[in-house]
Design a protein around this ligand. Structure first.
Ligand code: ZN
Length: 471
């Protein structure tokens, strides 16, 4: 369904993932069997609670456990089940111990902290249980079935270095940051920094968890390491329980190809990673307005001149306010992300929402290459340099056409004027700035400066009319 869309290869594996079964074992495997007959899945995953909370009370669910162990419930295809936050029924734990993790034909236990490779070569890393910052009793030893995990477990799992699929009982912190998808549930699931760390370290293709409601975030890309030229993209999906009253998705079919090439450009519809969103770091940046460079600092003061102060080292892409890999960029201002460049409204724009009523947003945009490079000419790869230049040009054309179209339909007094272009490269990241000016008859005929309002008017007007005045 997903990773297969950029390139089909015969290695694509189809699979199904299931949320909490809560003891409805025979019903769930019945439905899974029907879907499997149509889709021919390679394997299935149960990422929530397989057993109900009342298995010790001799209810019908307990009978289901017996039926399962007596092989009276058909498990239609190889199925891996995770450890949730509940203690497993005793007889289940006993059977798993005696049969090395195989509960019955086709049903395998993933364990509290495991790395598993399926026969198709799909690498699954699972962290079960609820996070505990420290064990209450130091002598408490955790076994494979303890529904608890600690920092030490995350450390061990990081040893896997990468994964196709990560399964966790709890959510990563900040996963909803930068997402437009609403979470329909009343309660936001418990989220842990340790899960965030694990996901951003392993950069899996899919990260599955569970919640009361179904949630599928927009895919997000991880920041690249120094020597990486490809982007790792994660899809975070959280399944609702089977039989939930609001009929939320409890089973989800997905595809992946563990050998597929990773994209070298950021695919469309993918956001910057919400993980590593360290709130301390963010606060520090907010407290230091100079870190916003010439975008304006939001408090009406102009920038202190760079004087005797020692020059800062150039920012890395992770610190750069124009790189999408920086988790702190103002992603809500971004209008479009292309293959090689993106378009965003400037922070602290020279023009405001009211300047051009026919436009409906400040006519001060930035066209920014995805690649962190001081000038376009310095983009090393010829192909990507050409792609960047031509896409930035297409964004310019698109802005022209949009303004022409909106101006044409606007009332006489709201007609818009020319676009003033300029190139900038502070933060060692080149970009093109576009400022819309008034139609000459309503502004100053020389520069359109009368429509530029605002706090840093003097400084900015000189920028517009002198430095960026060329077309
Ligand atoms: Zn940059």
């Amino acid at each position: 369904m997903y990773l297969s869309d950029h390139k089909y290869t015969p290695l694509t594996i189809h699979s199904a993932v299931i949320g909490d079964v809560n003891g409805e074992i025979s019903a769930v495997f019945g439905k899974l069997g029907a879907l499997h007959a149509k889709n021919n899945f390679s394997f299935a995953l149960i990422v929530g609670e397989l057993f109900s909370s009342s298995t010790t009370e001799g209810t019908s669910n307990d009978e289901q456990v017996d039926s399962l162990l007596d092989r009276q419930i058909d498990v239609p295809l190889p199925t891996y089940f995770a450890l949730g936050k509940r203690i497993l029924p005793d007889k289940v734990a006993e059977k798993l111990t005696s049969d090395s993790g195989e509960l019955c034909n086709n049903l395998f236990f993933l364990g509290r902290r495991t790395t598993t490779k399926t026969s198709e070569g799909v690498k699954i890393v699972a962290l079960g249980g609820a996070y505990q910052s420290e064990l209450l009793d130091e002598k408490t030893s955790l076994n494979e079935y303890s529904p608890i995990n600690t920092e030490a477990d995350v450390k061990v799992l990081k040893g896997a270095n990468n994964a196709d699929i990560v399964i966790t009982s709890e959510w990563p912190v900040d996963i909803r940051t930068g997402s437009q998808v609403a979470f329909p549930g009343e309660e936001t699931p418990v989220a842990q920094q340790s899960v965030t760390d694990l996901c951003s370290y392993l950069k899996p293709r899919y990260h599955f968890s569970t919640s009361n409601s179904f949630f599928e975030r927009e895919p997000f890309f991880h920041s690249r390491g120094e020597d990486e030229s490809e982007y790792r993209v994660t899809r975070f999906i959280s399944l609702a329980p089977y039989g939930n009253p609001s009929k939320q998705k409890w089973i989800y079919a997905f595809s992946l190809d563990p050998k597929a090439d990773l994209p070298t450009t950021i695919p469309t519809g993918v956001t910057a990673s919400p993980l590593n969103f360290n709130s301390k770091k963010r606060k520090a940046l907010e407290a230091d307005p100079s870190s916003y460079s010439r975008f304006g600092n939001g408090n009406g003061q102009s920038q202190p001149r760079r004087g005797k102060k020692a020059r800062q080292p150039p920012p890395t892409p992770q610190q750069c306010f124009f790189c999408l890999s920086n988790p702190n960029i103002a992603s809500h201002l971004i209008s479009s992300i292309g293959e090689a460049a993106y378009l965003t409204t400037a922070k602290g724009p020279l023009t405001t929402n009211d300047t051009f009523p026919a436009l409906g947003f400040p006519g001060h945009m930035l066209i920014i290459p995805l690649e962190h490079s001081p000038t376009l000419g310095l983009i090393k790869d010829v192909e990507s340099r050409q792609a960047t230049t031509s896409e930035m040009h297409r964004y310019r054309q698109a802005l022209y056409s949009m303004i022409a179209a909106r101006s044409k339909d606007a009332p006489e007094r709201q007609k818009m004027g020319a676009v003033t272009w300029g190139d900038q490269s502070s933060w060692r990241h080149s970009r093109t700035l576009a400022v819309l000016t008034c139609a000459p008859r309503y502004g100053d005929e020389r520069s359109g400066r009368s429509c530029i309002q605002g706090r840093s008017r003097e400084r900015n007007i000189s920028c517009v009319s002198n430095k960026y005045g060329k077309r």
